[in-house]
Design a protein around this ligand. Sequence first.
Ligand SMILES: Cc1cc2nc3c(=O)[nH]c(=O)nc-3n(C[C@H](O)[C@H](O)[C@H](O)COP(=O)(O)O)c2cc1C
Length: 442
Amino acid sequence: MSYHNPFTPPRKSATFDDHTLAEIRRAAATGIYDIRGAGTKRKVPHFDDLLFLGASISRYPLEGYREKCDTTVTLGTRFAKKPITLTTPITIAGMSFGALSGNAKEALGRGATIAGTSTTTGDGGMTDEERGHSQTLVYQYLPSRYGMNPKDLRRADAIEVVVGQGAKPGGGGMLLGQKISDRVANMRNLPKGIDQRSACRHPDWTGPDDLEIKILELREITDWEKPIYIKVGGARPYYDTALAVKAGADVVVLDGMQGGTAATQDVFIENVGMPTLACIRPAVQALQDLGMHRKVQLIVSGGIRSGADVAKALALGADAVAIGTAALVALGDNDPKWEDEYQKLGTTAGAYDDWHEGKDPAGITTQDPELAARLDPVAAGRRLANYLKVMTLEAQTIARACGKNHLHNLEPEDLVALTMEAAAMAQVPLAGTSWFPGKGSF
Ligand SMILES: Cc1cc2nc3c(=O)[nH]c(=O)nc-3n(C[C@H](O)[C@H](O)[C@H](O)COP(=O)(O)O)c2cc1C
């Protein structure tokens, strides 16, 4: 005999929620894991969980119209003969040609140049579109070595040795066959149309001592002119930062788990790496312990969206930030104007993350010439420049309110946390108290 309880509505499990059930069914039907782009979609402690205190009687604010608040940053002051000075501390993160269309790369270069900042190549080499339009271009040196050549090393303004990414620390990138056009295949020395998985570790070194030798080689090739960055995913930020400094980095780039990716397994994006917020203080502590804070610059990325996020990352000790996903949105990614086409792809604006499929209606994460032509690189570049300008002004507004005449003068003392988790990770007091958990331990 069946018993139906008429008093309470059917109850769904929090553990086996709708998304989990659908994913089990998808795996059962297809036998393959899910691949997607973008960063983690789950909620993790983030910059939203911090607030600035602002000036009051004990602190004196800056007068907005008369007193300057400097936003410039110089990267590569440790060893490079030609450090890079940017007028805003918001840089464009490495995103590969292959993942992105040539027009998207050009738009990034145009926007960043107007805003006075840098762009970064990616897995797949340097395109003329990007070199031609980026006043300051950082060239990635990746485990895959796709598109790597000494000529382009010398054409760059800085070199970024990629050890890992926040979306997938310990993992390599993916570029599925449908995006491997003749041009992409040519640049990567790969066959056209065949799925490609990038290496997850460099072929010729296994640890920090080898990395030191590799950096010396790169310095020799570039006549000690270019700043050398080391990029790590947020896994063990204290030790990774310390070892990057020991290996001779001018700049450490630290990418937390919210960091976007062009294509990786969903299980990786959601379950590997630490939130950006949890990575910054240990990295800054490592720099301080080595007497290198502000001498080796720290660039933080992973989920940065607004001037408030920028100001918070800087207050926690970063010198600059990098943005990937937000820059693509500024170019036109996930724009509701393409809603009909997102619906045809089985998704909706704001949720579109099948960047590996190369069918992007906005013409950004595609190699299809017809789709790519939809993105006007001049107009998209202008949108990116506007967005960068707004973020810089927002960060400046906050810094002024905290009485700082340079963004770099923001400090942890300017912040409080809304949650215990954020207080512990950012090591700033829980709002209304003078206390945070876990003081002195990482
Ligand atoms: C479309 C796309 C392509 C990317 N390609 C690369 C790459 O080639 N090399 C790399 O180091 N990181 C790559 N990344 C990661 C970014 O450099 C950066 O770490 C990340 O996007 C920062 O987080 P955010 O997207 O939340 O701003 C890519 C990210 C995106 C969104």
